[in-house]
Design a protein around this ligand. Structure first.
Ligand code: SAM
Ligand code: SF4
Length: 342
């Protein structure tokens, strides 16, 4: 649906509409490829991160965000890597908040985080207008947490979640269930989350980048999980649609919301409303395809005008759908989730 009521609407307002009639209203920005964790399904043990000079500056991120907002993007999610480990990240959030949230041009500014730095930043994030966040949490067991993240401490993340909650930020937990690793914790995590008023979303592991785990062995279909959960709980489908791969149910017994992100088992592409910016300024129009547009080059060469033209090129290139298949030996896409931004 076109947002004709957008504050950016005018006679020259040109929404971002691709060849298949889908309007892009949602931008995810990876602000860094770095992370303080090395989750087994996301990264290798020995990751080589980008030199700082290759990463977009805050000014460049701001210019790109402004270009998208001028073309009708209403929702912005900061991610990574771990967004809260980027130095001075709060300054970037302050700038975006002051420019685009305060004016009402953006409906929502949010982030996806591993929670390790939330204890430090939660209060300020709430003051800056962040109303909801996604926090990744795959287990409630200390030793398992350290095994999955290779270096994280569960207590620090739980303290961070509590700080965000106390600051009034709504919390959605993201869990990636992996067969034989944490699939026995789906119900405990569901009860824990809903008992505290948090939503829980289960994400099916996606074949992105080379990582240590064997993907086809570890793969757990969320359809199977949903069928198993339905033996214990009343799962009532909800209408909530976000234009992404998530489908939601209300759990009758807890009253909480449970999401399923199943990019492998279902096709969600026909309603896709989003694009993703890497921390080097590459715009990917699809998480599962390699088509991209270099927004940093466009901006460096021709400023705001160049960016605007690059967004038109991006809309022509946005593919109809993704190309994931779990059984193949090679990852469908070479780049890790931490590069494209989850
Ligand atoms: N560091 C932050 C975090 O962990 O929330 C933000 C970036 S992380 C790449 C975003 C989300 O992607 C997390 O919820 C993580 O669990 C998920 N993720 C990472 N690699 C994945 C994969 N191969 N398949 C499915 N989800 C993945
Ligand atoms: Fe870091 Fe998030 Fe990837 Fe874990 S999932 S390694 S926290 S970027």
């Amino acid at each position: 649906m076109l947002h004709s009521g957008s504050p950016t609407a005018s006679s020259t307002f040109r929404p971002l509409i691709d060849r298949f009639g889908r309007q892009v209203t949602y931008l995810r920005v990876s602000v860094t490829d770095r992370c303080d964790f090395r989750c087994t399904y996301c990264m290798g043990e020995d990751m080589t991160f980008l030199p700082k000079k290759d990463v977009l500056s805050f000014d460049e991120i701001q210019a790109i965000v402004s270009a998208f907002v001028a073309r009708g993007v209403r929702k912005l999610r900061l991610t990574g890597g771990e967004p809260l480990v980027r130095r001075d990240i709060v300054k970037l959030i302050e700038a975006i908040s002051a420019t685009h949230l305060a004016s009402g041009a953006l409906d929502e500014l949010t982030l996806t985080t591993n929670g390790s730095q939330l204890g430090v930043h939660a209060t300020r994030l709430a003051e800056l207008g962040i109303k909801r966040i996604n926090v990744s949490l795959d287990t409630l067991d200390d030793a398992r947490f350290t095994a999955i993240t290779r270096r994280g401490r569960l207590g620090q993340v739980l303290d961070g979640i509590a700080a965000a909650d106390a600051a009034g930020i709504a919390i959605k937990l993201n869990m990636v269930p992996i067969r034989g690793v944490n699939d026995d914790e789906i119900i405990p995590l569901l009860e824990w989350a809903h008992g505290r008023g948090y939503d829980l979303t289960l994400i099916e592991a996606m074949p992105l980048g080379d990582v240590a785990i064997d993907r086809s062995e570890a793969h757990l279909s969320l359809r199977e999980v949903r069928d198993r959960l339905a033996e214990t709980y009343a799962l009532e489908p909800m209408n909530k649609r976000t234009g992404g791969p998530a489908r939601y149910v209300r759990v009758g017994e807890t009253g909480g919301t449970l999401g399923f992100i199943t990019p492998l088992s279902h096709n969600f592409c026909e309603s896709c409303n989003r694009v993703r910016l890497t921390c080097t300024g590459q715009l990917y129009m699809c998480l599962g395809q390699d088509d991209k547009v270099d927004l940093r080059a466009a901006y460096r060469e021709s400023g705001a005008v160049g960016l605007d033209a690059a967004l038109d090129r991006a809309m022509i290139l946005k593919p109809k759908g993704h190309d994931f298949e779990i059984d193949r030996a090679e990852p469908a896409v070479r780049r890790h989730m931490s590069v494209t931004g989850g």
